[in-house]
Design a protein. Sequence first.
Length: 170
Amino acid sequence: MAVLIRAQVQDANSTEEVIVINGHTLPPEPDEALNNSTLAGIDSNNNGVRDDVERKIYLNNDKEIARQIQMQSAKKQQKRLEADDLIENAKEYQTLSYPDSGCKGYLYMELNIDVYGSATEDYTFNTSDRVKKYMEYNLALSGGVYGTPNSYEVESSCDFNVTKALEAIE
């Protein structure tokens, strides 16, 4: 069970619920129309993950290790969504997956933690424009076989503190 804190914060004009999970303060739920008006959406805390995606990751996962690997995956997907040259340079952008896949490989091979089912695509590609960009990117990679070099299957491929994530109260 995660440590979850919910608090109401009120100012002169509004009341907002603040949610803190294991010390991580979630961004507020973004306005759906505004968030979906662009591919990039809203990232109010500037951590590289859209606010709606970050909230779903934290609210739909009980284990901190799953949250952390999904946040790492979401950052990679967000970079691809925001890239103007994604299709022309699809193979180069594919290499963004190396640390993400390497981290998952490390967790599975070294610690016997299965996080391969931890996918964020449904959260990230949630509008027709976002799905279209994802499909165009995949088409640009069509016919290729892309693996992760073994040198990435190490703890340093994880962009978070694995030990701390494993020690978090579940």
